[in-house]
Design a protein around this ligand. Structure first.
Ligand code: S3P
Length: 171
């Protein structure tokens, strides 16, 4: 473990990559707080992510996301999990590079699909063909996630605990 662990660790990657579960385990191992930008947005809005998208639209959600990430990066060092779209914004990437270290949980499409297919909580996947939508997002986003400083491959055979340990090894 090197200098990066002194910074806030920001979990990035696709929905279903395990950002929240692995981030929480990682925070516990490092003895720091765990924060989640989606959870902060939901708490402040008193609405679910799906309700925010439906009522106020995605651009409104993205603006809240940038505000929340900026604010949370100013707090003491922690593990911060972000929503799958957060790292696509150049503004967010710059804030994260400035104050934290981005960790991309790199999971393949099959693993992601196996985790998100039975959940109805993600408004972006409420389409006629959610697998095709997920694939389109995946293809578009991977080059952006690849800009993260730390890459950790997620595999279905790894437990959450193993993933958290692998992140620590890479820091
Ligand atoms: C999104 C992912 C979600 C949430 C919102 C948008 C995305 O978070 O922020 O539904 O654009 O991929 P998770 O990655 O935690 O599912």
């Amino acid at each position: 473990m090197q200098w990066q662990v002194k910074k806030t660790i920001v979990m990035v990657g696709m929905m279903g990559a395990g950002k929240t579960a692995v981030g929480r385990a990682l925070a516990q191992k490092l003895g720091v707080s765990f924060l989640d930008s989606d959870a902060e947005i939901v708490e402040a809005a008193h609405m679910s992510i799906a309700e925010i998208f439906a009522r106020d639209g995605e651009p409104f959600f993205r603006a809240r996301e940038t505000e929340v990430i900026g604010r949370l990066l100013e707090t003491e060092r922690c593990v911060l999990s972000t929503g799958g779209g957060a790292f696509l914004s150049g503004t967010n990437r710059e804030m994260i590079a400035d104050k934290g270290v981005a960790v991309w949980l790199d999971a393949d499409l099959d693993l992601l699909w196996s985790r998100v297919r039975h959940k109805d909580t993600r408004p972006l996947l409420r389409t006629a063909d959610p697998f095709a939508t997920l694939k389109t997002l995946f293809d578009k986003r991977v080059p952006e996630y690849a800009k993260a400083e730390v890459h950790v491959t997620a595999d279905k055979s790894y437990s959450i605990d193993q993933m958290a340990r692998r992140v620590i090894e890479e820091l």
